[in-house]
Design a binder for this molecule. Structure first.
Ligand code: 1AE
Length: 404
């Protein structure tokens, strides 16, 4: 790839894929080409997109070919932000028939403008002192409308089970009974008390909410108040908001990206944006330290190949961007830990809501069951072997079953 061009791949359908690629290359850049006088062509050439390849996949009944087309765009066409990029490569094109944005390859010259994750996998591991195992996260299950005291009890129960992180539910916006900054202070104190008991630090991820123009200030105040981590609904607010939060030196806390709304963008085979790009590449570039996404096994399952590709985009070494933690989520229970470990390896966060709170012994036992399952897989033991020494895990396997 030329140093100064961005390569964009689309999945589409056309009688002639090459012509389709050429039409996109011109239509999404200078608008028209062959009809222009030579002098105008010379002036606009530096901005012109180019068809960079086509790959037919299948011929459909009507003689139309379904396949991928790749178009290269000069980086000079964009400003260094994701709104400019997405509008420039897929804005009006996203409404032009069957077309899905499947991948973008960036030259280092473009990526250099994005600071990316401030902490990443290594920074979070340093903060927790946890290096040789997947991390464990618990999700508050029901936050809305609960008295503050109930939330404190819920936080304490999760923390005492030995989780590394506890996150707010992403729908926790109306927090008047347990306001954002007060939660951060109260849960920070409980986390410190729990650490005295368990010997393990636990980080609380508070849901950053509010009008967009207030978010940066709220995030700074959260950091000043001792926030450990922020949860953020990136797709509802926009990638650029995450970018600006992550780039601000005063927001010195890790940011966890929730995938809320992603289902409106990725599931169609013919439209939208592919998950590895949407929740993998773009989240990392925008600065997410951790990224939640539907696991391939749970109640809102993602295609396994796509989930693995997504995780690879978050974790593969890259010159200018720290690695982000993949957090395969939804419907996770302790019996799935061997499968999670086989698929996503050590650099992941095992994340559960129902799988912790639904434990018959309560959230502390639920977290302990997961911790025992993680220790077992890392040590190369089966869950059944570990369950012989962990009552919490034995109870969890009885309830949810388990893979060996
Ligand atoms: C993919 C998002 C998962 C999520 O936000 C969530 O709350 C999961 O909850 P459980 O673990 O399925 O109960």
């Amino acid at each position: 790839m030329s140093e100064q061009r961005i390569l964009v791949t689309y999945l589409t359908q056309a009688k002639d894929l090459q012509k389709k690629a050429e039409a996109i290359a011109v239509g999404m850049t200078v608008g028209s080409w062959t009809d222009l006088p030579a002098a105008k062509q010379a002036e606009l050439r530096p901005y012109l997109g180019e068809a960079a390849g086509v790959q037919p996949l299948e011929t459909l009944e009507n003689g139309v070919t379904r396949g991928t087309v790749t178009v290269s765009y000069p980086i000079r066409n964009f400003t260094a932000d994701i709104p400019s990029l997405l509008t420039g490569i897929f804005g009006k094109l996203s409404m032009d028939g069957k077309i899905k944005l499947v991948d973008i390859q960036f030259p280092e010259a473009f990526l250099a403008a994005f600071p990316g994750p401030k902490f990443g996998i290594d920074g979070l591991r340093d903060r927790l002192g946890a290096y040789r195992r997947p991390l464990l996260m618990s999700i508050f299950k029901s936050c809305l409308g609960l008295p503050f005291e109930d939330l404190k009890t819920q936080f304490r129960a999760q923390a005492l089970g030995g989780v590394d992180l506890v996150k707010d539910d992403e729908i926790f916006f109306a927090d008047d009974r347990a306001p954002f900054l007060e939660r951060i202070k109260a849960f920070g104190k409980i986390a410190a008390e729990a650490e005295q008991e368990t010997g393990k630090p636990v980080l609380y991820a508070a849901n950053l909410t509010g009008p967009t123009h207030e978010l940066l200030d709220r995030a700074k105040r959260a950091a000043e108040a001792g926030a450990h981590c922020l949860l953020f609904n990136v797709l509802a607010y926009g990638f650029d908001v995450l970018h600006r939060l992550a780039a601000d030196p005063d927001v010195h806390v890790p940011i966890m990206a929730h995938p809320a709304l992603a289902g409106a963008l990725y599931p169609s085979p013919d439209y939208g944006i592919a998950t590895p790009l949407l929740l993998g590449k773009l989240m990392r570039i925008a600065g997410a330290d951790l990224v939640l996404f539907p696991s391939p096994y749970g109640n809102v399952a993602l295609d396994k190949g796509e989930a693995l590709q997504l995780a690879a985009h978050l974790t593969e070494p890259q010159e200018s961007l720290r690695r982000s933690f993949p957090v395969p989520s939804a419907g996770i229970h302790p019996g799935l830990v061997p499968q999670l470990y086989a698929d996503f390896g050590i650099d992941q966060v095992v994340n559960a809501g129902g799988g912790i709170h639904g434990h018959p012994g309560g959230a502390t036992a639920g977290a302990k069951a997961f911790a025992a399952a993680i220790d077992a897989v890392v040590a190369g033991r089966t869950l059944e072997q570990a369950a012989a020494e962990s009552e919490a895990l034995a109870v969890a396997l009885k309830k949810w079953g388990g893979s060996k």
